[in-house]
Design a protein around this ligand. Structure first.
Ligand SMILES: [Zn+2]
Ligand SMILES: [Zn+2]
Length: 339
């Protein structure tokens, strides 16, 4: 009898693995896991690097488990289907976002707010993510991506794009939109806002001429430092940078009734500020995670708006160097790892 063909998930995979908060990721070789019921094993084609990965590696977020493979902006190909998976097929290209699973029965899941689920699963945080050659995901939370478009260009859409989109919706329909922190999310959402006919005002670190040049090349009306006054009062502002000092600056830049949306998962402390900069019905909001509905909506918008991501690609084994560059503000646009 001929011996059966080797099953793909028996091969070795490589994962850049976190063993302790603040420690460098270590390359670890192990068996590629087989998918459990409802899961798929993916070959990672590209994984973008998000500021949340940096917060996790640096221990700024509590670590639910170690060792851990970060990475939650994954573009991969399905290599193996777990029992009961009928919605995806082997070879199909899919995207895996931060929201890796929900309980399906808490008040938030019942109320169309699965982003706030009481027992969520997060990719690259409560389960292993995409800084690896292979990963396993819950099939119900993967987005089919088709084959159009480049893996590297699409990867940043899976968090910077998606959570940026949720933030833009939360910011309301105002015409004059400020974006504080013009990195991966900022440069994607600026394009969506321009496509919607809004005026974009980009606030960067003082003297970050590269980010400011990227902003104006993408159609921003104005680009300057975060302490500068924009030429027009803003209807809304989104803060993508994890810097609490930006909250009072953004509140001062929005008009009466305007909104300030904090889009990150972590921010340094917000300094105290006079009530009068919040008064006159200004609103301060935060955004947490995403729903699958956000993803379906955003991928349609991204195609219609012709979003073009500005990326820098690095080999997987350079994950630590990429995180260091992100920490130092040396990445313009989005960084993407490729195995
Ligand atoms: Zn739930
Ligand atoms: Zn992210």
């Amino acid at each position: 009898m001929p011996s059966p063909a080797p099953r793909p998930h028996n091969r070795l995979m490589l994962a850049m693995t976190l063993h302790a908060a603040g420690a460098p990721l270590e390359p670890v070789s192990r068996d590629t896991p087989a998918p459990g019921p409802g899961e798929v094993t993916l070959r990672v084609r590209a994984c973008a690097v998000c500021r949340t990965d940096l917060h996790i590696v640096d221990g700024e977020l509590p670590l639910p488990r170690l060792p851990l493979v970060p990475g939650h902006e994954i573009v991969g190909s399905v290599e193996a289907l777990g029992a009961g998976v009928t919605t995806l097929r082997v070879g199909e290209r899919v995207g895996v976002p931060w929201l890796g699973g929900t309980c399906g029965h808490c008040a938030y899941c019942d109320g169309q707010a699965e982003n706030l689920c009481d027992e969520p699963v997060f990719t690259g945080y409560t389960r292993d993510g995409g800084f690896a050659t292979h990963t396993v995901a819950d099939a119900r939370y993967c987005f089919p991506l088709g084959e159009a478009g480049d893996d590297v260009a699409i990867a940043p859409l899976l968090c910077a794009g998606l959570i940026g989109w949720r933030s833009l919706v939360m910011a309301g329909d105002g015409k004059h939109l400020g974006i504080f922190g013009f990195g991966a999310a900022g440069h994607i959402i600026a394009q969506v806002a321009r496509w919607q006919g809004r005026s974009v005002y980009a606030f960067t670190r003082k003297g970050d001429v590269e980010a400011q040049a990227l902003a104006t090349s993408l159609g921003a009306e104005w680009a300057g430092g975060s302490e500068d006054q924009p030429p027009a009062p803003l209807d809304a502002a989104i803060i993508f940078a994890p810097v609490g000092d930006l909250v009072p600056l953004a509140l001062r830049a929005v008009r009466k009734g305007g909104r300030v949306v904090c889009a990150g998962i972590h921010m340094s402390d917000i300094p105290s500020f006079p009530y009068r900069i919040l008064w006159e019905e200004r609103q301060l909001l935060s955004v947490a995670n995403l729903t699958r509905g956000d993803g379906i909506e955003f991928f349609k918008i991204a195609a219609q708006a012709g979003i073009r991501t500005h990326t820098s690609v690095f080999p997987l084994h350079e994950a630590n160097e990429v995180l260091a560059k992100l920490r130092a503000g040396q990445i313009t646009g989005a960084a993407v790892l490729q195995p």
